[in-house]
Design a protein around this ligand. Structure first.
Ligand SMILES: Cc1cc2nc3c(=O)[nH]c(=O)nc-3n(C[C@H](O)[C@H](O)[C@H](O)COP(=O)(O)O)c2cc1C
Length: 709
């Protein structure tokens, strides 16, 4: 029986008076889908409706401004600061209810994080004037990102008087009343993440000496007053709960678990029906989301959720990169009661339904690329690298339907090609997928080796193609003659980027590998091109690996390369974009002393902002030399020489040099098929390097175009 696999996660539950069909919740995510005036319009509605249709029990809105525009953190944040927001919200709630899910609003005032206050020339509301932000946070920004981020300018502050505090308490109560009038099933009071209420909870930002500062009880007073006022506004039969930080990571003198336990008990006494357990961080640090509210560390917040559950008698909602299987066990063990998921449900809103139907293998996995969160930092609407429909559901209510079943050739079995083939087969077309190597995956295989989370997508795409009607032709070259013979009507070209060796002096030396050489060596793909560069033993080992199929198993390669890798101890990587940096991490983890050199002014293009910030910080922690803005780079026997940004002449010893640079779009195949008279659609990196997000999005567009033709 399908349900037996997740009996606890799929069991009904209750938060206060709110009955829930299972234990899965869409966590609050401010995704920037609101209207220009803070209204909840069509975009918000169809985004949430897709989640409700996917089988989740409860959807919590993104941070919804109770004092909007005061306290605003995003340009298209949703608001609940006026009765005029009720009708739009009611439509969202009705759409969600149609599918049997419940809807709650997250009540929010941005306080010291309200960049929009600064952008609009308003002061940020706070308990006391904060210390200036310190740390390496902005070092990893690329220049356009820095411009967006810095557009706010320098903040000014409004230290709240007792009267101001009462105004805010009233704003929360009025927001809750409006949520109830709109038909919502509950409200979550945002008491975390550095926003106004948590800036009072944190001893780091609250240095007041009145009854709202000092002891944990005093620092919790504002939140407790909000909970009481909200409860009074909505009555006993409406679910009201609080999101709390269990601690502030890397923020010396910030909230600790002991503080959080005290606050949790106080808000329970004040009338809260549940606690959502999160955590926060020091905003100045580069590893912003490693162990924090949107954690990279799996299960990061679970021990704290359990500790808090032990001191309260109301349900606890946990979140933070928790796999459903693990959550099921934790719920069974009584460690928490509900699982709120964010990124996983952006990647696949149908996750709950798929679990319930025993189709968990079909859940499209989040690859933890941080595209979604990074968009928030650069003040854009969220999108998802693996789920291109996210956020544009309202534009795709009637996506192009196939006019007729067509014979389609997809050329290239990388992520874009597999995704296009999967979609086209699903839509009823007869698809032949040509892949010139002996296995599917393309660049996603190497990307999975360097960043294991990508492997989930690789497996998912491969499984979808294998179970579909797609005819896969491995080790096959598609030519116009072959396609003509198959009477192909439409061609999707997904042949990837061209990677030329850039003009770097010494790049023809025997100790220099291209990114492609590295890939072939690691994955055992066609070792012939490595002849002369690697020892005979290495070539035999690589070939043997490929022949036995061992290197098809990426986990094996990951482990094997920890003990065996045909590279010397000192490696210089020329090229500091996504591929170069991920490779640097991979090699550093395998004991190599790595230096990255690039002529670009900043490293990490191609990585999403949040992931780049973490990776750069981690690489520095590993002790890697990172040289952006290098000039006159030249490779010599045993070393790489260049002029560093500060004008100094540098020489770095190198047993091997890897040039991970020079990838560019390549439309030559697309043009050849077009010239032969085929209708051609281009997908993925052949259009210019677009990584996973570009591949998945263009695959959707190509499938639409084939359908519409
Ligand atoms: C795009 C994005 C926006 C978020 N916005 C909010 C927000 O508005 N309010 C909030 O409390 N948490 C916000 N979060 C944090 C999530 O609620 C949640 O705590 C976090 O994503 C961990 O869950 P996950 O690992 O399942 O993604 C956001 C997370 C993401 C990914």
């Amino acid at each position: 029986m399908a349900i037996a696999a997740y009996p606890n996660l799929l069991a009904p539950g209750r938060i206060g008076a709110m009955e829930l069909r299972n234990r899965m919740i869409v966590t609050a995510m401010g995704v920037n889908f609101g209207e220009d005036d803070g209204g909840s319009g069509e975009r918000v509605l169809h985004y949430h409706e897709a989640q409700a249709r996917g089988g989740v029990a409860l959807i919590i809105s993104g941070a919804c401004g109770v004092a909007y525009p005061v306290g605003q953190v995003q340009p298209w944040q949703v608001a609940i600061s006026d009765d005029r927001y009720i009708p739009g919200l009611r439509k969202v709630v009705d759409a969600v209810h149609k599918h049997g899910a419940k809807f709650a609003v997250q009540l929010h005032q941005g306080g010291l994080v309200a960049g929009d206050d600064t952008r609009a020339g308003r002061p940020q509301w706070c308990p006391s004037v904060p210390e200036p932000m310190k740390g390496d946070f902005v070092d990893g920004f690329l220049l356009p990102e820095l411009q967006a981020f810095a557009s706010a300018g320098m903040p000014s502050y409004k230290v709240l008087t007792h009267e101001d505090i009462q105004v805010v308490v009233g704003q929360y109560a009025a927001g809750a009343r409006r949520a109830k009038e709109a038909g919502c099933d509950g409200v979550e009071i945002h008491g975390g993440h550095g926003y106004l209420l948590s800036s009072f909870l944190s001893p780091k930002t609250n240095t007041r000496s009145d009854e709202y500062g000092g002891s944990t009880e005093n620092r919790s007073r504002f939140l407790v007053e909000v909970v009481r006022a909200v409860r009074a506004a909505v009555g006993p039969d409406f679910a009201v709960w609080v999101k709390l930080d269990s601690r502030e990571v890397g923020k010396e003198g910030g909230i600790t678990l002991e503080h959080a336990k005290v606050t949790a008990r106080l808000v329970e006494d004040a009338g809260a029906d549940a606690i959502t357990v999160s955590s926060y961080h020091d905003t100045g640090q580069g590893k912003l989301h490693s162990a924090s509210n949107i954690p990279h560390e799996p299960n990061w917040n679970l021990p704290a959720a359990q500790a808090i559950r032990e001191v309260v008698s109301i349900p606890v909602i946990a979140s933070g990169r928790v796999e459903p299987e693990h959550a099921d066990k934790e719920i069974a063990a009584g460690h928490f009661d509900f699982l709120a998921m964010g990124r996983k449900l952006l990647a696949d809103p149908e996750l709950p339904k798929k679990l319930a139907e025993g189709r968990e293998d079909e859940v499209r996995p989040c690859v933890y690329c941080y595209t979604c969160v990074s968009k928030i930092y650069t003040l854009e609407a969220t999108c998802c690298a693996v789920h291109p429909e996210l956020g544009i559901e309202y534009l795709r209510l009637d996506p192009p339907k196939p006019q007729a079943a067509k014979r389609v050739a997809v050329i290239g079995g990388g992520p874009g090609g597999m995704e296009a083939a999967r979609r086209l087969a699903r839509d009823g077309h007869q698809v032949t997928l040509f892949e010139k190597s002996d296995r599917l995956g393309g660049t996603l295989r190497f990307a999975s080796l360097a960043y294991a989370a990508n492997e989930g997508l690789l497996d998912w795409l491969r499984a979808r193609v294998e179970e579909s009607s797609v005819q896969v032709r491995l080790s096959s070259e598609a030519t116009p003659a072959v396609l003509a013979e198959l009477r192909i009507e439409e061609v999707v070209v997904a042949t990837g980027a061209r990677r030329d060796m850039p003009a770097i002096s010494g790049s023809d030396l025997p100790h220099v590998f291209s990114g492609d050489d590295m890939r072939r060596m690691m994955l055992g793909e066609n070792s012939e091109s490595l002849a002369g560069k690697t020892s005979l033993l290495t070539r035999i080992a690589t070939k043997a690996g490929a022949a036995t199929g061992l290197t098809a198993n990426l986990d094996f390669v990951r482990k094997a390369t920890r003990t065996w890798m045909p590279l010397g101890d000192r490696v210089v990587i020329i090229g500091g974009e996504l591929v170069g940096l991920e490779l640097a991490e991979f090699l550093a983890e395998r004991g190599r002393s790595v230096t990255v050199v690039d002529d670009q002014p900043r490293l990490g293009a191609g990585l999403t902002l949040v992931r780049r910030l973490r990776l750069l910080t981690e690489l520095r922690e590993h002790g890697l030399g990172l040289h952006a803005g290098a000039k006159e780079i030249r490779i010599e026997a045993g070393r790489v020489c260049f002029t560093a940004k500060d004008g100094s002449a540098q020489s770095v010893d190198a047993d091997h040099v890897i040039v991970a640079k020079g990838a560019a779009g390549d439309l030559s195949q697309a043009e050849a098929f077009r010239a032969a008279g085929f209708r051609v659609h281009e997908v993925g990196d052949c259009r210019g390097v677009g990584y996973i997000e570009g591949a998945m999005r263009s695959a959707m567009e190509a499938a639409d175009a084939v359908n519409a033709a």
